[in-house]
Write a protein that binds this ligand. Structure first.
Ligand code: S3P
Length: 448
């Protein structure tokens, strides 16, 4: 993939109270899966509320390259006419998944049991992320691959001609690994079993069930055992994508930090495998209320009302990590303003995300004078009781969540906070700048 475009430096300054309604875009995890499962289903899958961020658009492009017909009807509304389980055709060119670890890992799983050859690549960040965690289980189905050292991208995968079902215990708490195995299991005859020791986000299981696959999860002594019956005939579905709780985390954090704020976030996905940050914030003393709790498209949702709050540091239970793994950057930003220290353990997966997120947050916080302690598997932030200096330019390493975390901090620090590049925000939250300014937040590009 070509390098990213010209950097977009941005600055956030001390904000007046945030007010209004924040319409958060669709859930990124659910959107990727809607495109992929739609592509594996004969007939028309109708999607509303799809996240039109670059990561998901790259997955849509990939599905078209495998033979699915993908059409945009309106904002967030898409139709997918798929090719059926085992029906992927061989792409004519390299599949470029851009910045998206979820995209590339799920797609590799989805093609691994079809007898086609595909070469995958991505941007500099994705090319440095570990793929061995996916390649190991996909080999059990009969797929082979050749890539760079440690299985890094670019790599070429040859899908199994005679796929075998697999039984695999995931050594890492990763919904991407789980989903890759389940998607590969779709075109293997018989039962594929994936065991995960800690429960990770379960959108793939829910959506597979919605498309008519036979899949069940049983808690065993080894962990959660998920059994999928292979070679189902999937039935097309209407999917209403809930709004993304991981994106909602940023305006929620901003409203908590900026004195006098009160905002409403309608229709936020509250799947328990994703809601760990909200539990944590409530324990820290956040004023967040759930209104109108309901279920939509197989996922629990609610409207969230958030008011500015003085937070207290806590020890986050390590077993909660999988349900808030993407939220540690913004939690560590909030922790800097809290009273007392916030202890985050069991978080080593953060080191292999879009960047090393422990390192990126620790360096930026330290530059602002916040005391942090870190180790391979933990981050401790010593809160400054509301008084954080700011006055830095944070390095974002083309990581959307690092970029948004530092901008949210700048709304409440003494001096403004700048970031070197806001370009990555478009991968998951393309309307971030407009949404935040709409709430009254002074965030702006430096050259405007
Ligand atoms: C995702 C799973 C998580 C998460 C990522 C999205 C998914 O990664 O960090 O942003 O949609 O399955 P891991 O499964 O690798 O923890």
């Amino acid at each position: 993939m070509a390098d990213h475009g010209t950097p977009i430096p941005m600055t956030a300054r001390k904000s007046p109270p945030l007010r209004g309604t924040a319409l958060i875009p669709g859930d990124k995890s659910v959107s990727h899966r809607a495109f992929i499962l739609g592509a594996l289903t004969v007939g028309e899958t109708h999607i509303t509320g799809l996240l039109e961020g670059q990561d998901v658009l790259d997955t849509g492009k990939a599905m078209a390259a495998f033979g699915a017909d993908i059409q945009r009807i309106d904002e967030g509304e898409w139709l997918v006419n798929g090719v059926g389980v085992g029906g992927f055709g061989e792409p004519e060119d390299i599949i470029d998944c851009g910045n998206a670890g979820t995209g590339v890992r799920l797609i590799m799983g989805a093609m691994a049991t079809t007898p086609i050859t595909t070469t995958f690549t991505g941007d500099a960040s994705l090319r440095s992320r570990p793929m061995g965690r996916i390649l190991d289980p996909l080999t059990l189905f009969g797929a082979t691959s050749v890539g760079r050292d440690k299985g890094m991208l670019p790599l070429t995968m040859v899908g199994a001609r005679d796929p075998m079902p697999a039984q695999y215990t995931s050594p890492v708490p990763s919904a991407q690994v789980k989903s890759a195995v389940l998607l590969a299991g779709l075109n293997a005859p018989g039962e594929t079993v994936l065991i995960e020791r800690e429960k990770t986000r379960d959108h793939t299981e829910r959506m597979l069930r919605g498309f008519g696959a036979e899949i069940e999860t049983v808690k065993t002594a080894q962990g959660y055992a998920i059994t999928l019956q292979g070679q189902p005939e999937l039935k097309p579905l209407s999917i209403a994508v809930p709004r993304d709780p991981s994106s909602a985390a940023f305006p929620i954090a901003a409203a908590l930090l900026v004195e006098g704020s009160e905002i409403l976030l309608p229709n936020i996905g509250l799947n328990p495998t994703r809601a760990g940050l909200l539990t944590t914030l409530l324990e820290m003393g956040a004023d967040i209320t759930y209104e109108n709790e309901r279920e939509e498209g197989g996922e629990p949702v609610a409207d969230l009302r958030v008011r500015a709050s003085q937070l207290r540091g806590i020890e986050v239970p390590p077993e909660r990590a999988p349900s808030m793994i993407d939220e540690y950057p913004i939690l560590s930003a909030l922790a800097a303003f809290a009273s007392g220290k916030t202890v985050m353990r069991g978080v080593k997966e953060l080191r292999v995300k879009e960047c090393d997120r422990i390192d990126a947050m620790a360096r930026g916080l330290e530059a602002m004078g916040v005391k942090v302690e870190e180790g391979e598997d933990f981050l401790i932030v010593h809160g400054q009781d509301g008084d954080v200096a700011g006055g830095i330019t944070a390095q974002t390493h083309f990581d959307h969540r690092i970029a948004m975390s530092f901008l949210c901090m700048g709304l409440a620090t003494v001096k403004p906070v700048s970031i070197d590049d806001a370009g990555a925000i478009a991968t998951s939250f393309p309307v971030f700048e407009d949404l935040m300014t709409g709430l009254g937040a002074p965030v702006a590009r430096d050259n405007c």
